[in-house]
Design a protein around this ligand. Structure first.
Ligand code: LRH
Ligand code: MN
Length: 419
């Protein structure tokens, strides 16, 4: 299913009058506050978020999965759905592939399709946390950390295969998330498991093309329920520092224990030049993979505050970081969920861009906590949705993505087409 321009135009024609009223109102308020609205619009327009190929259908949990209609099965159909999202919000111009879940039958055809849809290939994801049908050796007791050298080599070879596919589609990075760990004290030697993992990553690192990065993704638990080898940002940073300049740390927001100050972790990684990118999602308890900003939009805003503060000029699209969503849908239409997630990410970015950083620095230097909070919360509480809508409008997208999606019965059309 392709979205055509007349659908976008008729939607925008309906919403344009009220949109312009809101946009002009907030633009004049922000200009009075010394904010360069044009500059922010350009930053928002060039900021693209990658859609995970594995989040376009219903994820399910171990207790059940309730698939919806018209969900994509082939990688080509997943690309089609990402093309739909991008046509609607002009902000989803990249895909993050997961191998072997998305091993394309015809890489060239997939690349041509992506080019036609204006979609880039963001980080590739390897998978040594499941045993594939014709796999020789099991990852039951881990992959790169496994005590069996043949299993470690099998995992290294898989990552090199993923890099090969990535090179053909134009990706420039590999995300390595390892389920490796132990369920019981004494089951695994903590240091030896780390050292075997480091050795394995070194074998992968030395095969990385010159202009590529490898991201290590930390996670405290699940599926390992006592110790995970790459359990937190400290271990991920240690690995990245020991591997070299092409190794960075990927921050999945759901991979932090309750009350972890994730924005402080981001600040540290930026400071060390070791932030590689993000898997955006939201959670209340654990790795819930819920809609971004659906539970803790203020934490997301605080993370973007560190990013805008840490990246020269606050232009995140030029930072080289990986901006990816990693979510799983159980009760929402996957495409509506992703439209909401992209919106929440861009709202957090926009709010961080309007912070009066001079006044904030003064408040921090004079230990004026009240003033600092006033400045921070003023930006967070300013409704910047008209700026996002204007950015979309200027890029040829829909003023109100979710409404557009429903007005055009996109899911029903997909269900009819895909049966
Ligand atoms: C692990 C994870 C990882 C992906 C997987 C789908 O929880 O966040 O990034 O490989 O989800
Ligand atoms: Mn993730």
């Amino acid at each position: 299913m392709l979205i055509n321009k007349s659908q976008i135009d008729s939607h925008n024609a309906k919403h344009e009058k009220s949109h312009l009223k809101r946009f002009e109102a907030i633009s004049s308020i922000l200009s009075d506050e010394g904010v360069h609205v044009k500059d922010i619009l350009e930053k928002l327009k060039s900021y693209q978020i990658a859609i995970p190929s594995w989040a376009l259908s219903t994820g399910g949990t171990r207790f059940g999965r309730f698939p919806g209609l018209g969900e994509p099965v082939t990688f080509e159909q997943k690309m089609e759905d990402i093309g739909l999202l991008h046509a609607i919000n002009r902000s989803s111009g990249a895909v993050s592939m997961h191998i072997p879940w998305d091993t394309p039958k015809d890489v060239k055809a997939v690349k041509q399709m992506a080019d036609a849809l204006g979609i880039q290939f963001d980080a590739m994801n390897s998978n040594t946390f499941q045993d594939q049908p014709n796999q020789k050796l099991t990852y039951k007791f881990g992959s790169l950390c496994n005590t069996d050298a043949a299993i470690r080599q099998q995992a290294i070879d898989h990552n090199l295969e993923v890099i090969e596919i990535g090179k053909q589609v134009g990706s420039k990075s590999l995300t390595v998330w390892l389920a490796d760990g132990a369920n019981f004290p004494g089951q695994q030697h903590q240091r030896k498991a780390f050292e075997r993992t480091l050795d394995g990553l070194k074998s992968i690192y030395k095969e990385l093309p010159e202009d590529w990065f490898v991201f290590t993704e930390h996670k405290p638990f699940e599926p390992a329920f006592y110790a995970t080898v790459i359990q937190d940002w400290g271990t991920s940073l240690l690995l990245a520092q020991k591997l070299g300049p092409k190794a960075k740390c990927l921050v999945d927001l759901g991979h932090h224990l309750p009350n972890c100050n994730i924005e402080q972790v981001v600040s540290r990684l930026i400071m060390e030049g070791k932030l590689g990118g993000f898997h955006f999602n939201d959670s209340k308890y654990a790795d819930d993979d819920l809609t971004v900003g659906s539970l803790r939009p203020y934490q997301l805003y605080l993370i973007f505050n560190e990013l805008v503060d840490g990246v020269p000029g606050g232009d995140l699209s030029k930072s080289g970081f990986g901006w990816m969503i990693d979510a799983s849908h159980n009760t929402k239409d996957p495409l509506e969920d992703l439209l909401q997630s992209v919106e929440a990410i861009k709202i957090a970015y926009a709010a961080a861009l309007i912070i009066d950083r001079k006044e904030l620095e003064l408040a921090q230097d004079t230990n004026d906590a009240v003033k600092a909070q006033e400045i921070m919360q003023h930006a967070f509480r300013t409704d910047l949705r008209p700026l996002l809508a204007e950015a979309r409008l200027q890029l040829g997208g829909a003023i109100n993505p979710v409404e557009f999606y429903r007005e055009n019965h996109v899911r029903a059309v997909l269900a009819r087409q895909r049966g």
